[in-house]
Design a protein around this ligand. Structure first.
Ligand SMILES: Cc1cc2nc3c(=O)[nH]c(=O)nc-3n(C[C@H](O)[C@H](O)[C@H](O)COP(=O)(O)O)c2cc1C
Length: 386
């Protein structure tokens, strides 16, 4: 198997097989099937919301590369008059800087420095993008999901229901067949905002927002809450997870906010924090009423890191930074960045997903069923352990 993996890694530098999960299953007896927001996907690697899902061309490339899913850039909710309570997040900024970021003495990672926030073009253009995503989803090529930043009131204020209703109604119309899947984003810049200084206020959002979205939608909807890394301790981060009992899934967790520089960042500090919090969270088994599936995000730059998230309950992962590295950082010599990233994440003979799962089997931490190792057994074990 090791020798095969080395050979595959080498020959796939020029391009992955068209259906690489099928190849992995036939060759290694590994079933990479994963889950995102209740939908089965062929493997766990998707694209997180951001600057890499702004236009149909990017989605086409993701489908051609074989990504499992893509979350569209976060759009700012508006009411029928076009008013946006969260207008401060709809600002224009294009320049991104991909930089090395060190954690401690010896770990060098990557981060993207960027001062922008949410979707800054007309709402109608977002709907056109969503329709392009819907077509890819219907064609079975790529699961595409919109992301929204809805109004978040102060404790004494009511939610602006007209924004919830108008925005969700437009998205549901553009999507068509139910259910509508969507992510609600709590961003690092929100974590850094004075709105997020009050714990009770944050917990109210998390308790109430999924229900508000559900009530506002003309069709059945599944809501993933992408939680921010709040500027409080790990215990509060777990309290936030527990408060989102009404959500259909949790995305754990958006980038850290560097208050000194006024920018968000990723790298090893982000995965350290996320994994530490997930360690202290006790995922409930799927048979319980308040079970919520988890999806990981943050510094996923190897198959091993995917397994770290999976072993703590995550059924899939969402990446951004690893799709933006200089081309010289990928071993693959051909293909788009998503394709080169998949090549490394899945097939790297030491750091890849296949290598990592075979190692877990050798350590008897993962067993074959009907001759196959199954990725989804990893988050399932996390539940049982919890
Ligand atoms: C430039 C940039 C823009 C982003 N914009 C959004 C966004 O609009 N909505 C959102 O939910 N997450 C956004 N993210 C967060 C990513 O989706 C992802 O969760 C985060 O960067 C952690 O993953 P990574 O370490 O692989 O980058 C953005 C990230 C970057 C780097």
């Amino acid at each position: 198997m090791r020798a095969r993996l080395e050979r595959d890694f080498d020959r796939f530098k020029r391009g992955l097989p068209r259906d690489f999960p099928a190849h992995v299953r036939e060759t290694y007896g590994i079933d990479l099937t994963a889950r995102y927001l209740g939908e089965l996907v062929p493997h766990p690697i998707g694209k997180g919301s951001g600057q890499l899902s702004l236009n149909p061309g990017q989605l086409d490339d993701d489908a051609a590369a074989g990504l499992a899913f893509a979350v569209l850039k976060t759009v700012i909710a508006e009411d029928a008059t076009g008013a946006q309570a969260m207008a401060a997040w709809a600002i224009h900024e294009t320049k991104m800087k991909v930089e090395r970021r060190r954690a401690g003495a010896d770990r060098e990672g990557w981060t993207v420095t960027w001062k922008g926030r949410g979707w800054d073009r007309p709402f109608g253009e977002y709907l056109a993008l969503l329709r392009a995503g819907r077509d890819l989803t219907r064609a079975g090529r790529l699961l595409v999901v919109p992301s929204v930043k809805y109004h978040l009131p102060r404790l004494a204020e009511p939610f602006r229901e007209d924004e919830y209703r108008h925005t969700t109604g437009l998205l549901a119309d553009a999507w068509g067949d139910p259910p509508l899947l969507l992510e609600k984003d709590f961003s690092p810049t929100l974590a850094g905002d004075e709105l997020a200084e009050d714990r009770a206020q944050i917990l109210r959002w998390l308790r109430e927002v999924p229900g508000r979205i559900r009530a506002a939608s003309p069709i059945p909807v599944r809501v993933a809450m992408k939680l921010m890394n709040a500027r409080f301790d790990d215990a509060f981060q777990v309290e936030m997870m527990n408060a989102t009992a009404e959500a259909d899934a949790l995305v754990c967790f958006n980038r850290l906010f560097d208050a000194e520089r006024g920018v968000a960042h990723g790298g090893w500090d982000l995965s350290d924090r996320n994994l530490r919090v997930l360690d202290s969270y006790r995922p409930l088994p799927p048979s319980t009423a308040s079970y919520r599936p988890l999806t990981g995000t943050g510094n996923v730059s190897s198959g091993r890191m995917i397994l770290e998230y999976a072993r703590r309950g995550c059924e899939s992962v969402q990446l951004h930074t690893f799709f933006q590295l200089p081309l010289s950082e990928y071993a693959a010599t051909h293909g788009t960045r998503p394709e080169r990233a998949l090549h490394a994440l899945v097939f790297h003979p030491q750091e890849g997903l296949i290598a990592g799962m075979l190692e877990l089997e050798a350590r008897r931490e993962l067993e074959r069923h009907d001759g196959e190792l199954r990725f989804l057994d990893l988050p399932a074990h996390a539940h049982r352990a919890g």
